[in-house]
Ligand binder design. Structure first.
Ligand code: 3PG
Length: 214
């Protein structure tokens, strides 16, 4: 794992965020995440202005690990880099985007769930993959089965993860960190319920810590 991946792994969870009003919400949301011990954010390009949101968060918390999610094109990689984003997450394995990120020196976590994906990721020299959508693709049982032929990878499962199943994933040595939108649900963002988001982050960090200590 590179330095960024090690830092992500130390935090243990990655909030997946969609911000429809970055000017209003990015600042207080970044405060809420940091206060909860989760100084990391995957801002998805599912809403316009993801780059603006990254910029605002990084101005406020320069050390925060802020990156982009749902990156579908190299143009989105360019926007991420221009905003100061520190990583790129893609839903699937797109070889062009992975190579483009490697050229530009930005860490990419491509979504992989099959032996074919893993094999291609191996040839690309990747070390950490997003396993997406985790629960729907077979969950931890599949992640463990994939580790037999591909023990070199750590994964970031995302999709269907919540406080209920976080411990199960976090306890496995194959897991780098767990991603999820559950820490920043739209309802809480729209309501400006920052303390509740901080609390969800705190609980998540606690669950990961306990699971890893067992
Ligand atoms: C993602 O883009 O990574 C997922 O949509 C997050 O999945 P979740 O909403 O089930 O956490």
């Amino acid at each position: 794992m590179n330095e960024l991946q090690q830092k992500v792994s130390a935090i243990g969870v990655v909030p997946v965020i969609k911000l429809t009003n970055p000017t209003r919400d990015a600042g207080p949301l970044s405060d809420a995440l940091c206060a909860g011990g989760v100084p990391v954010a995957e801002i998805t390009f599912r809403a316009a202005g993801a780059d603006e949101a990254m910029k605002i968060m990084l101005e406020r918390h320069p050390d925060m690990l802020v990156g982009a999610g749902t990156v579908l094109t190299t143009e989105m990689v360019d926007k991420t880099i221009a905003a100061g984003g520190k990583f790129v997450v893609t839903p699937g394995l797109d070889i062009e985007i992975v190579k483009y990120c490697q050229e530009k020196g930005i860490t990419c976590f491509p979504g992989c769930t099959t032996p074919t994906d893993y094999h291609a990721a191996y040839k690309l020299g990747l070390e950490v993959l997003k396993f997406f959508p985790a629960e729907q693709s077979g969950g931890l049982a599949k992640i463990k089965a994939m580790s037999a032929p591909f023990p070199m990878f750590k994964v970031m499962p995302t999709g269907g993860i919540s406080l209920k199943n976080l411990a199960e994933y976090a306890a496995s040595p194959v897991i780098c960190a767990c991603g999820g939108s559950y820490m920043c649900p739209d309802k809480l963002i729209q309501a400006g319920a920052w303390e509740e988001i901080t609390e969800l982050c705190r609980q998540s960090v606690e669950i990961v810590k306990e699971a890893r200590a067992k």
